[in-house]
Design a protein around this ligand. Structure first.
Ligand code: 7TS
Length: 401
């Protein structure tokens, strides 16, 4: 059986999304900026796509949603524009983020540090989320931006985004959130939360790869990321990939309507809980960050005495795709930085396996995965000289600091 449980890395494209895209990859190939009928033939579906994006995240007419190539571009844009606008050309010096952001944020911040920007990488608490008080303590008069993720890609932990937004508003500091792992998994309503900017990628919610967006609240201005033509109101030049944009709009509609979110919470959540509960019956397993306040599709589980990578290979042979953490970092066998950030001991930091589900998984697949995980753990612990079962290790929650 084939079981894909790496949906936080990417998702399969929904066939309904592909259907919407196909005409724009074939006969409707016009450039939307052309004045002839080939150009105008793209307009109705582009307008529809934008409508789906606005509805999906609760944006208002005065706000902007700019199509980008992915969340990485959107994140880079925000950080680099704030640097240009408020630090190079303003009187601010400081950016705040967390230590468990995706590299699209942390690597960009590291780059900005080489340009003289001061960055605070806030620690997360034992639950793996930012304590609002930590943010209050870190804010300075010269803070230009706070960028904190909506939900973590490795653990699925949901950050206290409303409190963070309120603190930023009170301090008069712009607040950006990388919502890449939140869209389609939990309700993302930019107005309800009061966030200034959010980033996301379509391929995380059954849309195509290579397309994403940056939401910018009305009244917030950012230096354009690409200069050139007048596309996207001059804020992001370059001919729009119509098929991808239409696909992202459809994917957003399918993933964020209230029925879809209810299905994610109830059905996908039930499958995740079934998988997790069965795995936790194996001695010496823990859920990193605990089980509260997570996206319904994700669990990051540590199997003491089992290298995460070895586990992945065994599962791969059995037809199951999982991850040791972010695929963007999976080439090197460094301990998982997110697990390190949680204060897990160094042995545990190498033993995390992330299972991330989607609405396309079935109960049969999950039961097969449970069986194969149990087999893999038994085999790998059997050949591991360092593993010795100890009842004190059989805890759920965070584990040792
Ligand atoms: N932000 C977050 C929170 C992410 O999880 C990812 C991808 C990105 C940004 C970058 O998305 P892209 O579409 O621009 O590449 N995260 C992962 C992951 O967890 N495993 O593989 C990719």
């Amino acid at each position: 059986m084939e079981v894909y449980l790496d949906n936080n890395a990417t998702t399969m494209i929904d066939p309904k999304v592909l259907d919407e895209m196909m005409p724009f990859l074939t006969e409707k190939y016009g450039n939307p900026n052309s004045l002839h009928k080939y150009g105008s033939a793209t307009h109705p579906k582009m307008v529809e796509a934008i409508d789906h994006l606005y509805t999906g995240i609760g944006a208002a007419d005065e706000d902007d949603i700019i199509i980008t190539s992915n969340a990485t571009e959107a994140n880079n844009w925000v950080l680099k524009s704030i640097w240009i606008d408020k630090i190079l050309n303003g009187d601010k010096k400081h950016i705040i983020t967390s230590e468990v952001e995706h590299p699209a944020i942390t690597a960009t911040c590291k780059f900005l540090e080489t340009m003289g920007v001061e960055v605070s990488y806030l620690e997360v608490n034992e639950e793996g989320v930012l304590d609002p008080q930590t943010l209050r303590d870190a804010l300075r008069d010269d803070t230009a931006l706070v960028s904190i993720m909506w939900a973590n890609n490795e653990t699925g932990k949901i950050f206290p985004i409303k409190e963070i937004a309120d603190i930023c508003k009170e301090a008069g500091v712009l607040f950006h959130s990388d919502a890449t792992q939140a869209i389609g998994k939990v309700k993302v309503d930019v107005k309800e939360i009061g966030v200034d900017m959010i980033s996301f990628s379509a391929h995380k919610f059954h849309g195509p790869k290579g397309v994403g967006a940056l939401y910018i609240r009305g009244g917030v201005s950012l230096t354009p990321c690409f200069h050139g033509g007048e596309q996207m109101g001059g804020k992001r030049a370059g001919t729009v990939d119509v098929a991808s944009m239409v696909g992202m709009g459809k994917a957003m509609q399918l993933a964020t309507n209230p029925m879809a979110i209810a299905y994610e919470v109830n059905h996908v959540g039930m499958l995740r809980n079934r998988l997790e509960a069965a795995i936790l019956e194996i001695p010496d397993t823990i859920v990193i960050g605990g089980t509260e306040n997570r996206t319904p599709n994700t669990t990051l589980i540590s199997f003491r005495g089992v290298e995460g990578e070895s586990m992945l290979w065994d599962l791969n042979r059995a037809g199951i795709a999982a991850s040791t953490g972010s695929a963007c970092a999976s080439e090197d066998l460094e301990a998982n930085p997110v697990m390190n950030a949680f204060g897990s001991d160094s042995e545990l930091a190498h033993t995390g396996v992330r299972f991330s589900l989607s609405r396309f998984n079935t109960i049969e697949q999950i039961d097969y995965a449970i069986e194969q995980v149990k087999k893999a753990v038994e085999r790998l612990r059997g050949i591991s000289s360092s593993y010795a079962y100890s009842p004190k290790n059989h805890v759920s929650g965070l584990g040792a600091h």
